[in-house]
Design a protein around this ligand. Structure first.
Ligand SMILES: Cc1cc2nc3c(=O)[nH]c(=O)nc-3n(C[C@H](O)[C@H](O)[C@H](O)COP(=O)(O)O)c2cc1C
Length: 187
């Protein structure tokens, strides 16, 4: 199974990107992670182009389509998700009936420098994904005081968090299996 990993932060030393990298080491056999690292290239959304989407958006759509599930790590910016992440999701959501996130298992994690681990942003992102039609998996990792969880090289050093991230990846893998079984029985 293939999981697309997407960080909502464009920052070079992003804690959320580190969190995603740590999660990518925790998939069991048969789990392959694909990284999406072109979020910065997505142009501003305009509904004028929703039926002639830019090449950068087309590529993101294809990356989502080719994955069985999506794992997103989001920072919290002013109580919500970063604008560029929302912008990308707005593009991908159109047209709503044929968007590549429809019925796709998706899970959200998040890291912040403060105590709360981007919980508001994660709640907002789950709401946005559900509104787009993704199957939002009920698992979470809200990583507060995130700089203390990684060493200078960006390696995860918090074993409890490693376990929690492993549970998130397992929950996503279970959702992929469940979706595949549903598709088989419906066929
Ligand atoms: C524009 C901006 C707004 C922020 N707003 C919040 C916030 O509402 N809540 C919070 O916990 N942290 C907030 N922060 C701090 C981020 O949690 C912190 O910068 C975090 O490291 C960003 O994620 P990244 O390391 O993946 O880039 C904000 C940071 C920025 C740059």
């Amino acid at each position: 199974m293939r999981i697309l990993a997407l960080s909502g932060s464009l920052r070079r030393d992003s804690l959320n990107t580190r969190l995603l990298r740590a999660a990518q080491e925790l998939g069991g056999p048969g789990v392959e992670f694909l990284s999406y690292e072109s979020l910065a290239a997505i142009p501003p959304f305009t509904q004028d182009l929703e039926h002639r989407q830019p090449a950068e958006v087309h590529e993101l759509r294809q990356r989502i389509e080719s994955a069985d599930a999506v794992l997103i790590a989001t920072p919290e910016y002013n109580g919500s998700i970063p604008g560029q992440l929302k912008n990308a999701l707005d593009w991908v959501s159109r047209p709503l009936a044929a968007n590549p996130l429809r019925n796709k298992p998706a899970v959200v994690v998040g890291a912040s420098t403060g105590a709360f681990g981007a919980v508001w942003a994660q709640a907002e992102l789950r709401k946005v994904l559900a509104s787009i039609g993704a199957r939002v998996v009920d698992a979470e990792a809200a990583v507060g005081h995130a700089p203390t969880r990684f060493d200078e090289d960006g390696t995860l050093i918090d074993e409890d968090l490693r376990e929690q991230l492993g549970e998130v990846v397992d929950a996503l893998a279970a959702a992929i299996t469940e979706r595949a079984e549903l598709a088989r029985t419906a066929a």
